[in-house]
Design a protein. Structure first.
Lengths: 325, 321, 298
């Protein structure tokens, strides 16, 4: 299958008062056509930086970016034509639907702008028809009324529906969703996730979704990357990763999440994400890891395939265990 | 009953006047928090759960109804009119640790405020320092943190400083308004467990306000679920999660994104989330949940249902039960 | 590891010092702010030591060297000489002093007064105190400072102290307004809610919790305002208010030189450039401070 998004060996640094922040030391990931991929990570692990790099919007100094490849739909993004290609093939859904929409314009105006760039020279009636279709496809109640509203007149869930319908209206192949349901209530989140899941499958798009909400990721992705302190620590099918996490961080994260079973909550993962200035030489998780050995502090583990399937993990202990089996 | 009750809320009601009309944030709510228990108040946005918390700590008084503290003290008055002792005995922790600590003060200065304010006598400098250090150590932070500014410490640690500040007053009852919602999962676990540990050690009672059902499952002894200003179900935690009665409660439970098949099996399956949460300004007539309810009957649109005891200690508010 | 290390650091270093160092790093990264800082430091030096620095300090008074009148800029007279043969450069340097003096008087009066009223109105927002202070503030804001200063100067004596008083009368409302707005936004902060619920006294909330959070914004505004006040003072001396001849002031030098344009351009252009540079310096510094002093940004 063709790779829709391919990032190889991305490294990002920031220059600040205390020194150089080595946020992302060298990260690779890929999304293949028709795949729904999740990126799990907590605050400050660099997941938004990765998304920005993927959408070719990470260019503000003091960030220093080095990368072997970033390709969207088979085309590198480091040229003017490449950026244009990104704009054509990628649409984004943001965490906060209230800031993603322009508060001074009606929904119809904002949707029209996208349509005009996509299908120039159509009649007004067919534009309206397309907009109504887009809103109906996200099961929006009373689409006529919504088109004629300003964003402030809609609820958070409805705004996110509008954002999703706008993202899907463009004929793009990759959808990047940055915490799309974090700002929403549980019952609304459920509806939005269901909708996103259904539409991405129906329209055969690829999706990369970033979130710290493990449950949401489990619900709508096929593959999942787990990120810790700028590194991918684990990769695999969503089912496998959630059922039998290999990396101690993934394990700790899953254990720390409160469960419906009500067996109490594990005590979380002791400590904090390491500072990005002079980060540990070895594994960045070593200081918090219950399975850390001397090797972990000396040498940084790399992602190695485990077993026969598509499963990668960057942990010496887990790799040894797999070999022993 | 009242011997053991920490907080008794009766027919509590709060209205806000806005330029779009009257907003009924809390609409006749009854519940009791026992001594030494963690009581969960769960709901989505606009349910009025934070409004109740604010009334208990006295940010504002209720429009109608009463709140009784420890069986005899009426606290349905704003903080300004409360006695110093009451202010000390009821403390609170906010959701946003970023905004609840003064960015221009060090942790030491922040903790000195309650120590000084609620001291029973004039403290010497050394006594003051000792109490400030005790408060910080109690929540498990090292003494070195006293000289840090809030910006230099992590979100979870900030929240622990907020807890330390509440504990420094030696309260009996703490209102926790979404104390871990702004935190990461791995940090949330630590803070939650610390809260539970401190509750047992200091014999405290908590009102735990949150939207996270899974968290409530693991920390609260009893809970109430709110929807648009009303309590729709009210029970012991274990009973509640095994046997949810109200359609909204079932919808809420069914919506939780969970992590394993084992948990999936615990969710009520027959109900699917539909519709939007109406604005509290345009509260539906009768049962406020009827526009989203799959079991709606004609009576639901006209009559507000009454709270009924479905089994001992388990109350629900629905015409269909 | 990292944690114990940072704990040690906190014990060894004073947190305030660490904060200052961080701010300085951020400030020094911005070349425009540094230019502003250099200009402002120079301006202060000149104001303090103008008698020493000025090559012909005696030219400030009534003195004539008719033989040297209307000389263009040269090494001896950097900015040329005026109609009496006096050194324009020296007169400019000495002219800094009244401008800075006016700025100092205006700020000394309007900042404490404005901030105090702003705190009061902000703390009692929605009450009668708020309404009365806000209305008075608006009343004073509606009168241009130049006109007010003219009135004051005409009513009393025409010297630069009264000129400064006049400007101050029109200036304080801006500090009331900025303080008021800041206090109103602070009352939404949870740490203020906490102190209120704990029954901590009004004075302690205002001075111990709120004021430290206002200082940075007020200092920034003061820096930016110094430029504006110097500009206003120059405009006033241009029309003959404030400093009286023969004492030089930047504004009056510009106005005196206008009648000799365009042949003897340096008479008015040089002091005008000086005013522009000073005002720009204060503005650049103020902008730089705005970036650095906000705590929220990491």
């Amino acid at each position: 299958m063709a790779e829709i998004l391919k990032i190889e060996n991305l490294s990002v640094q920031y220059q600040v008062y205390e020194g150089v922040l080595e946020v992302i030391p060298g990260l690779s990931l890929h999304v293949r056509e028709g795949e729904r991929v999740g990126l799990i990570g907590e605050t400050g692990c660099g997941k938004t930086t990765v998304l920005k790099a993927a959408a070719a919007v990470l260019h503000c100094p003091p960030a220093k970016m080095q990368v072997d490849t970033i390709e969207v739909c088979g085309m590198a993004t480091n040229s003017r034509a490449g950026v244009k290609n990104v704009r054509k093939n990628v649409s984004m859904i943001f965490q906060d639907p209230s800031t993603a929409l322009n508060p001074t314009l009606k929904i119809s105006t904002q949707m029209m702008d996208i349509l005009k760039s996509q299908f120039p020279k159509l009649s007004r009636a067919s534009y309206t028809e397309k907009m109504m279709d887009a809103l109906r496809s996200v099961s929006m109640p009373a689409p006529e009324r919504v088109l004629d509203s300003y964003p402030i007149q809609l609820s958070g869930g409805m705004r996110q529906r509008v954002c999703i319908s706008m993202a899907l209206m463009k004929d793009t192949r990759l959808i990047i969703a940055d915490e799309p349901t974090t700002a929403l209530d549980v019952t609304i989140e459920e509806q939005i996730l269901e909708l996103l899941d259904h539409l991405v499958q129906e329209k055969k798009k690829s999706l990369i979704i970033v979130s710290h909400a493990l449950g949401a990721i489990r619900k709508i992705t096929d593959y999942v990357y787990v990120m810790y302190a700028g590194n991918i620590v684990e990769y695999g099918t969503t089912r496998e990763v959630f059922q039998s996490p290999l990396h101690p961080y993934t394990d700790g994260l899953l254990a720390a999440t409160p469960k419906l079973t009500g067996d109490g909550i594990a005590d979380g993962i002791a400590g904090d994400i390491p500072r990005y200035i002079n980060p540990p030489k070895g594994c960045r998780f070593a200081d918090r890891c219950p399975r850390a050995s001397a090797q972990c502090r000396e040498q940084a583990p790399t992602l190695q395939p485990i077993g026969s399937g598509e499963r990668l993990v960057a942990c010496f202990a887990a790799q040894k265990e797999a070999k022993a089996l | 009953m009242s011997q053991n009750s920490m907080i008794e809320v009766k027919e509590l009601r709060k209205e806000f006047k806005t330029k779009f009309g009257t907003l009924i944030a809390v609409d006749g709510v009854n519940f009791t928090i026992q001594k030494g228990e963690i009581f969960g108040l769960v709901g989505e946005s606009g349910s009025g759960k934070s409004t109740i918390g604010s009334m208990l700590v006295g940010t504002y008084g209720p429009t109608a109804g009463t709140v009784t503290f420890q069986g005899d003290t009426d606290i349905s008055i704003p903080a300004k009119r409360r006695s110093a002792q009451l202010k000390q005995e009821i403390q609170l922790v906010f959701q946003d640790p970023g905004s609840s600590l003064n960015p221009r003060k060090t942790v030491r200065q922040i903790l000195t405020v309650p120590v000084k304010q609620f001291a029973e006598k004039r403290l010497s400098g050394q006594e003051m320092e000792q109490r400030v250090q005790d408060a910080l150590l109690q929540v498990g932070l090292p003494i070195g943190y006293l000289d840090k500014y809030p910006r230099a410490i992590g979100g979870g640690e900030k929240q622990l400083v907020c807890v330390a500040r509440a504990l420094a007053a030696h309260p009996k009852f703490i209102v926790l308004d979404e104390p871990t919602s702004a935190l990461d999962v791995s940090i949330q676990a630590k803070v939650t467990n610390k809260l539970r540990q401190l509750q047992q050690k200091n014999d405290l009672s908590y009102l735990f306000i949150t939207h996270n059902m899974c968290l409530v499952r693991n920390i609260c002894d009893r809970l109430a679920v709110m929807y648009l200003g009303n309590i729709c179900e009210y029970a012991d935690t274990a009973e509640f999660f095994t046997n949810p009665k109200h359609p909204y409660t079932q919808m809420l439970l069914a919506s939780i994104p969970v992590l394993s098949d084992e948990e999936e099996a615990l969710k009520p399956q027959k109900i699917k989330s539909v519709g939007e949460i109406p604005s509290p300004l345009h509260k539906p007539s009768g049962c406020p949940f009827h526009p989203r309810c799959p079991f709606k009957k004609s009576v639901c649109e006209q009559e507000t249902p009454q709270m009924r005891e479905v089994s001992p200690g388990h109350f629900a508010c629905c015409h269909c039960i | 590891m990292a944690k114990t290390h940072s704990t040690l650091e906190a014990q060894q270093y004073h947190p305030k010092l660490e904060m200052l160092k961080r701010s300085w790093y951020k400030f020094s990264k911005n070349p425009m702010s540094m230019i502003g800082l250099i200009i402002v430091v120079l301006v202060f030096c000149v104001t303090a030591f103008c008698n020493v620095i000025a090559p012909f300090a005696e030219d400030a008074g009534i003195i004539t060297h008719m033989s040297e009148a209307f000389q263009g800029p040269s090494l001896k007279h950097l900015c040329g000489t005026d109609d009496y043969g006096r050194d324009v450069f020296s007169r400019m340097l000495i002219g800094f002093r009244p401008s800075m003096g006016i700025a100092a008087i205006v700020l000394l009066i309007s900042v404490p007064l404005g901030v105090f009223l702003g705190l009061l109105a902000g703390y009692y927002q929605g009450t009668l105190v708020d309404t009365v202070i806000t209305r008075i503030t608006e009343l004073f804001m509606s009168v241009p400072p130049l006109i007010l200063a003219m009135v004051v100067c005409c009513m009393f004596t025409n010297n630069y102290v009264f000129c400064a008083l006049g400007i101050a009368v029109a200036w304080w409302p801006w500090y009331t307004r900025i303080t008021y707005n800041l206090v109103v936004s602070l009352t939404n902060e949870l740490y203020i809610t906490y102190t209120e619920l704990s029954g901590i006294g009004m004075l302690r909330i205002i001075f111990s919790e709120m004021l430290p959070n206002l200082v940075s914004s007020i200092i920034t505004k003061m820096t930016l305002d110094t430029g504006s006040i110097i500009l206003t003072a120059s405009s006033m001396s241009y029309v003959g208010l404030g400093v009286q001849p023969p004492t030089p002031s930047l504004g009056s030098m510009v106005s005196d030189g206008v009648s000799y344009l365009p042949e003897y351009w340096w008479l008015s252009v040089m002091p005008a450039v000086a005013v522009i540079v000073i005002v720009m310096g204060f503005n650049l510094l103020g902008d730089g401070l705005t970036d650095v002093l906000s705590v929220e940004e990491k």
